[in-house]
Design a protein around this ligand. Structure first.
Ligand SMILES: [Fe+2]
Length: 436
């Protein structure tokens, strides 16, 4: 007798198919002023000597002084490491891990953007369970070895929003020799506690708010439109169930609410730096979207973003302090999103229609992909996002290498709601060259 389907028509049980999804809740604290509580949080975790990991820019800012003061007042011995990079690499992460091993820490506090938090996850991993760097890296580039046991406590304090690294078991970095972005994914590397203080967002430049806001929107739409968890084969053993398990009823709740909040407040938060409640709400939407993609997983816009960021030539974005050319993550993601969703909607129109409804527009299912793309490009224009890949310096000649790079992002490509070939990715990059 077939089992009753209590979860809705998107989740269809089949013989040999996955029938269970898991929920990995992150421990989080959200509110203005919570950075002042980090010392007490570290004490409550029993920590006596922590590594405070940040980057050189954040070290000069007010939140760093607040966290350091809070840790000192709690009587905690602090060793500062400020060499995390905005674009972390295998080399920079190994350097942070070497620091962590030599400093003999019993826990970590990270303060910065997603790159700082990701660096801390890897430093914690490699100092807790030493191994060759590639051992834990996602296959096929790495060996995908499971993390053998728990890590040391890690309190993650984002100074920006969007990556939601504080909620996830994902760390992303460049492999310098291969010139490719990849990552480590394990529930074991998820921070012990995320401490989100929205006042950290009040000084962010408009384009940073726009780029990160679109990262949030894309996390939520990708995770909501990902292939259903029931489409995977049942795993050989429960521990083999992946962290990116596909769309599932728990992730769905967080994603739809994240889309609603981000869509309602993104333009105001970009246009009016004095609209502080709009920024508070974006930080909360980022947190919800992180819960969504941490349990469901992103797909094509993120897979496509990695070669777009990685193959940058001379693009520089206003509001980012780096001297080197850089395509910020949120921009690299959203330039692909309209083309990708227009195409994935052909496979799962109802999911895309529901995502569009959360963005504030109704459409029949057969028009959902097109309308979703138009809604996103309208928001992009209104918030100063570059007009597609051509505005980032890419042209027709770059498409084969971009497609090859995206196709290597197997975990993400396989999470799309329809089968994807390298030729499909080339067509999507071509469609993403220019939108208006
Ligand atoms: Fe992202």
């Amino acid at each position: 007798m077939a089992a009753p389907n209590v979860l809705g028509s998107y989740f269809t049980l089949s013989e040999g198919g996955e029938a269970a999804f898991s929920v990995e809740p992150a421990a989080l604290k959200f509110g203005p002023g919570v950075l002042r509580e980090v010392g007490a949080d570290a004490r409550a975790l029993g920590l006596g000597r922590i590594g405070l990991i940040t980057d050189a820019r954040v070290r000069a800012l007010e939140p760093f002084a607040v966290v350091l003061d809070s840790l000192h007042k709690a009587g905690i011995d602090v060793v500062v490491y400020d060499q995390a990079l905005v674009e972390p690499s295998d080399r920079s992460m190994i350097a942070a891990a070497t620091f962590a091993i030599e400093a003999r820490l019993d826990g970590f506090v990270s303060l910065g953007g997603g790159s700082v938090i990701d660096t801390t996850k890897v430093a914690n991993l490699l100092s807790s369970h030493p191994a060759e760097f590639l051992d834990y890296v996602n296959p096929p580039l790495g060996r995908g070895r499971p993390v053998p046991g728990p890590l040391k406590p890690h309190i993650a304090c984002p100074t920006t929003f969007g990556t939601a690294s504080e909620t996830t078991g994902i760390a992303v970095f460049d492999l310098l020799d291969l010139e490719v972005k990849t990552g480590i994914v394990s529930r074991r590397i998820r921070p012990t506690l995320g401490v989100l203080d929205p006042t950290n967002l009040y000084s962010l430049p408009p384009l940073v708010v726009a780029a990160n806001g679109f990262d949030v929107l894309s996390h939520a739409i990708e995770s909501y439109t990902a292939r259903p968890f029931t489409a995977r084969p049942v795993p050989a053993e429960p521990a083999a169930r992946p962290l990116s398990q596909g769309a599932n009823p728990y992730g769905d709740i967080a994603c739809l609410e994240a889309i609603r909040i981000a869509a309602a407040h993104l333009e105001a938060a970009v246009r009016d730096p004095a609209d502080l409640p709009a920024r508070d709400r974006l930080m909360f939407a980022g947190l919800l979207a992180g819960i969504g993609f941490g349990n469901s997983g992103n797909h094509l816009p993120h897979a496509m973003s990695y070669p777009v960021s990685g193959q940058v030539r001379d693009y520089r974005a206003a509001g980012w302090p780096e001297a080197e050319p850089l395509i910020p993550h949120g921009i690299a993601v959203v330039v692909n999103a309209p083309a990708a969703f227009r195409w994935t909607a052909q496979a799962t129109p109802d999911r895309h229609r529901a995502a569009l409804a959360a963005l504030g527009e109704e459409a029949p299912a057969d028009k959902a992909g097109e309308r979703l793309a138009v809604r996103l490009t309208g928001l992009m224009r209104a918030t100063g996002i570059p007009n597609g890949l051509s505005a980032l310096g890419y042209g027709e000649d770059d498409i084969p290498t971009l497609a090859a790079g995206a196709f290597q992002q197997k975990r993400l490509v396989d999470n799309a709601p329809r089968p994807v070939t390298e030729a499909d990715l080339a067509a999507l990059f071509r469609a993403a060259l220019r939108y208006w």
